[in-house]
Design a binder for this molecule. Structure first.
Ligand SMILES: NC(=O)c1ccc[n+]([C@@H]2O[C@H](COP(=O)([O-])OP(=O)(O)OC[C@H]3O[C@@H](n4cnc5c(N)ncnc54)[C@H](O)[C@@H]3O)[C@@H](O)[C@H]2O)c1
Length: 437
């Protein structure tokens, strides 16, 4: 193909595939939702979404009929009309996607996230998926390209961006309290041995199999999402490259031996217990992300932000230092009052009552529906889903190459330079009432 023709085809394709950043969805009456995957997470979503008046849960789908029945009961107990139900095989969700829906909400195991999002967008629906949105860079590009082509949103449901301290520190970053950010740390340190190794934990033990076949930072987005928003990733900044290394595996074997699970005690392929990934940003900052689901350590997402004037760190308990002095308990209260994020102010009390990780899940769902209903751009767009999720496959590649440097693709294709940072957003609860509060 000659160069002119190639350039023409690229230009035509780009013109047809308009960027998704800041593009808003048309607002309409009720937001009609279909939910796929009704295990631990999906059932919680049914409970939360059924609290929002302008949501209609039209359809429920799970491989297993008993999970659909439990979710249908949650809906009935909430006084909501019955939904259409689908179960029985791994492809039946396509019948749900074919219905008249606005949004397909996905809470299945990882390997289904991208295929389900892509199919939903191709069939004219917005897609929202549990984390991670993708498990390979090819899948990340599929999400971006499909969203651009169809004009449909694809949001990764990164609930940790809506936790209270994360929201407060984002607000403080925006107001310059920490000065210019230079470094950040996040993590997923969460002992899951008991949960991933029993049949009545994860369906088909899918999460165990992921951990047993991949060596890298398998679940980066909980730690990374809130940090990425503070660092304006894809909006004036971007992840440039990373290096990653994993420790040896010892804690899962120790746990399996102690808990008499001999078939799990010799896990040659099981990834190392602790993975540490370092990411370099285009604007200079460094980010450390850790992943460990087998060491018996207290839960932590770290959430550390460091700037020229101060720092914040969430675990083991939220602390802030200004200058080089840790703030006292009283000063921490004053900072909380002064910098409480507007979403916590307007939604916090209701969200805590509805629940879901202390309230953050409900703030996330509410804000998603609010944006769709009011035609606003989403807080987390398809480029965020791709960039944050890509850290899993890229870290796996780095670990496999003895910690070689791996470049992070620019999923925005240069738009990051001109995109504006996520604002300090809010909701008007009068516009979208919550039921039964
Ligand atoms: N955001 C968070 O805080 C958080 C917490 C836990 C899990 N997660 C994520 O949520 C997702 C679901 O996790 P979970 O804990 O609910 O797992 P789970 O195993 O309890 O639930 C998954 C459900 O999907 C169903 N399923 C599997 N294949 C299907 C298919 N082809 N079609 C329809 N249904 C199918 C299973 O039957 C199961 O009920 C995962 O991606 C996980 O990483 C997120």
């Amino acid at each position: 193909m000659n160069t002119n023709r190639k350039d023409f085809l690229i230009a035509t394709a780009l013109a047809a595939a308009a960027p998704m950043i800041a593009r808003s969805a048309p607002s309409r009456g009720k937001i009609r939702v279909g939910i796929i995957g009704l295990g631990m997470r999906g059932k919680g979503a049914v409970k939360r979404l059924s609290k929002i008046r302008d949501v209609e849960i039209v359809a429920l789908c799970d491989l297993r009929g008993e999970m659909v029945a439990k979710a249908a009961k949650i809906l009935a107990d909430a006084g909501r009309p019955a939904a259409k139900t689908f179960s029985g095989n791994e492809e039946i969700w396509k019948e749900l996607v074919a219905l008249d829906l606005d949004l397909v909400y996905i809470a299945t195991p990882w390997r289904w996230h991208t295929p389900m999002c892509v199919h939903a967008m191709q069939n004219g629906k917005h897609a929202a998926t549990e984390v991670p949105a993708s498990t390979s860079t090819e899948e990340c590009w599929q999400l971006v390209e499909t969203s651009e082509k169809t004009g449909k949103h694809c949001m990764m449901l990164e609930n940790c961006c809506y936790d209270f301290f994360e929201l407060q520190t984002l607000n403080m970053v925006r107001q310059g309290v920490f000065g210019e950010l230079t470094h950040a740390e996040g993590a997923y340190i969460h002992t899951l041995c008991g949960l991933i190794s029993k049949e009545n934990g994860y369906q088909g033990m899918w999460r165990f199999h992921q951990n047993n076949t991949k060596n890298g930072n398998l679940y980066p987005t909980h730690g990374l999402g809130p940090i990425a928003q503070c660092l304006n990733i894809n909006r004036g900044n971007r992840f440039k490259h990373l290096v990653s290394m994993s420790s040896q595996q010892a804690a899962f074997t120790a746990w399996a031996t102690e808990n008499n699970k001999p078939n799990m005690a010799s896990l040659e392929n099981y990834r190392g217990d602790m993975n540490t990934t370092l990411i370099k940003c285009a604007r200079g900052q460094t980010v450390m992300v850790q992943h460990d689901v087998s060491t018996p350590r207290p839960y932590s997402r770290i959430h550390l932000l460091q700037g020229t004037k101060g720092m914040a760190r969430k675990y083991p308990e939220p602390r802030i230092a200004l200058g080089h002095k840790w703030q006292t308990a009283e000063q921490m209260k004053e900072l909380e009052e002064k910098y409480r994020h507007p979403l916590s102010r307007t939604m916090g009390e209701v969200a805590r009552k509805v629940g879901g990780h202390g309230g953050m899940d409900f703030i996330m769902d509410y804000r998603l529906i609010y944006c769709l209903k009011n035609g606003l751009p989403l807080d987390q767009d398809v480029y965020d889903a791709a960039a944050w999720s890509s850290i899993m496959p890229l870290s796996i590649e780095s670990v496999a190459k003895d910690s070689e440097r791996i470049m992070v693709p620019d999923f925005t294709r240069g738009q990051w330079k001109t995109n504006t940072p996520l604002g300090i957003v809010d909701v008007d609860p009068a516009k979208l009432p919550v039921i039964g509060m």
